[in-house]
Design a binder for this molecule. Structure first.
Ligand code: MG
Length: 453
């Protein structure tokens, strides 16, 4: 398996991801970009500073001018990379993963995360040890500073709120701890911040915001009778919401409702999501003359498609939304501010806004399959699935096999890390979803039997 995955480099600290590896990543990036300046930031993880120092050391060894901004959300670092015309941005983060993990995400001068091709080039430099080191008179430099105000100014310049929203902000002790409550206050909201003390052990809740980890936030929103609750993941590229009744807002439905809002305002266009998102997106977007493009799972692929198709909006149902008018990195803070703006424009509460998007049952099943053959098995299942669903409307193989049907869809893909084939089905009703699952399951099992013969 390669060093880099779809979200950059990620691993257990001092097991997979050591300072010596970080030095080599720094030297590889310095070798790759040859000259110029690189910005570095980190989320709140305990290992962040250790890895940052190692990266800086590697960059300096290659003569790169390095600027360290301390703890910042990933989208802020990506934004600053473009704004300050840096040649690259390095973010030390493991996003929503538990505290013992960390990672390195690399952005280019356009604020786009490095794709597989460029990560592959870095990996080759690391594997070969082909570092282009500067001579001793020309080592790089390091400066420490705080340029986050540039991002705050960008938000305040582009978005204004008319209503004094009563909002509970939950950064989960992550990278948005200071900046998110600050922005909402500047926008004139009445802000209650919880879990807003930066702490790399994430003592308050999991850095992954979901219905389970946000139960305490739901209670607080209800108790304070706030208008909305918003929570971010560890590095602030994802946002999750609690409505005015204290209910966790379904990721798929709020994504679809917000996409529809953007389309109404832009008068049509393309919206990008991944193969796993609910069909409620099509149901909301297509009647407005919009088109949905689906990519592989991973914000890098969504961002690439947003750029390629000139889309008006892109997002994944984990709460990572891309607002191409501002930049191409998923941005939790922008998402939450823009959602409030949308509620104002439509004169709706959050629960009313989301109620417009239909809710469909999703059924999931995993089948055990050896790692060596799981991808082949999914490929073999394609024909059998097509035969099992002769009336399918559309097929996509960007990530496994996904068939759109009249009354739902089915996705069959190999797990990235485990010896499993994952089946996901969505149907107009639970009965339909179960019926689709039964037929799909039979097809995948047939494919496996054929393989093992
Ligand atoms: Mg994240």
């Amino acid at each position: 398996m390669g060093l880099f995955g779809t979200s950059g480099l990620r691993g257990l600290v001092n097991a997979d991801l050591t300072p010596s590896l970080a030095v080599r990543v720094g030297m590889a990036l310095g070798t790759f970009i040859r000259t110029g300046k690189v910005l570095v930031a980190r989320d709140t993880r305990a290992s962040g500073l250790m890895l940052e120092n190692a990266l800086v050391s590697g960059l300096m060894a290659c003569g790169i001018a390095t600027y360290c901004f301390g703890v910042l959300p990933t989208p802020v670092l990506a934004y600053l990379t473009v704004k300050l015309r840096a040649n690259g941005g390095l973010m030390v983060t493991a996003s929503h993963n538990p505290p013992q993990y960390n990672g390195i995400k690399i952005f280019d001068m356009d604020g786009m995360a490095y794709d597989e091709e460029r990560q592959g080039k870095l990996e080759k430099i690391i594997d070969g040890g082909d570092f282009r080191l500067a001579d001793w008179q020309n080592l790089g430099t390091v400066e420490y500073g705080d340029e986050s105000q540039l991002y705050v100014d960008m938000v305040l310049k582009n978005i204004t709120l008319g209503k004094k929203w009563r909002i509970v902000v939950d950064p989960g002790c992550g990278a948005t701890s200071h900046i998110a409550p600050k922005i909402f206050k500047k926008l004139g909201c009445e802000v209650k911040a919880v879990n807003s003390q930066p702490d790399g052990f994430f003592p308050c809740r999991s850095p992954e915001p979901n219905a389970e980890s946000l139960k305490p936030l739901s209670k607080i929103v209800r108790g304070l009778q706030a208008d909305v609750g918003v929570a971010y993941d560890g590095d602030g590229d994802r946002a999750a919401f609690i409505d005015e009744k204290g209910a966790f807002v379904d990721f798929d439905r709020v994504l679809a409702a917000y996409a529809a809002h953007v389309l109404k305002r832009s008068g049509g266009g393309t919206v990008v999501t991944n193969v796993e998102a609910s069909m409620c997106l099509e149901k909301m977007v297509e009647p407005l003359g919009g088109k949905v493009v689906r990519t592989r799972v991973g914000d890098v692929y969504v961002a690439e498609a947003v750029k390629k198709f000139g889309s008006v909006f892109g997002g994944e149902p984990c709460g990572a939304w891309i607002h191409p008018k501002h930049h191409y990195c998923p941005d939790g803070i922008l998402s939450s501010v823009l959602l409030l703006r949308a509620l104002e424009d439509e004169g709706k509460s959050l629960s009313e806004f989301v109620a417009d998007a239909p809710s469909y049952p999703i059924v999931r099943k995993n089948i055990h399959c050896r790692n060596e053959v799981k991808h082949l098995a999914v490929k073999r299942a394609e024909d059998l699935l097509k035969r099992a669903f002769l009336d399918y409307k559309q097929i996509s193989t960007v990530d496994g096999v996904r068939l759109s049907l009249m009354d739902g869809w089915v996705l069959v893909r190999a797990s990235g890390t485990e010896p499993l084939i994952r089946l996901t089905v969505e149907g107009e009703s639970l009965k339909t979803a179960k019926a689709i699952m039964d037929r799909a399951l039979a097809a995948v099992k047939r494919a496996l039997e054929d393989l093992e013969k």
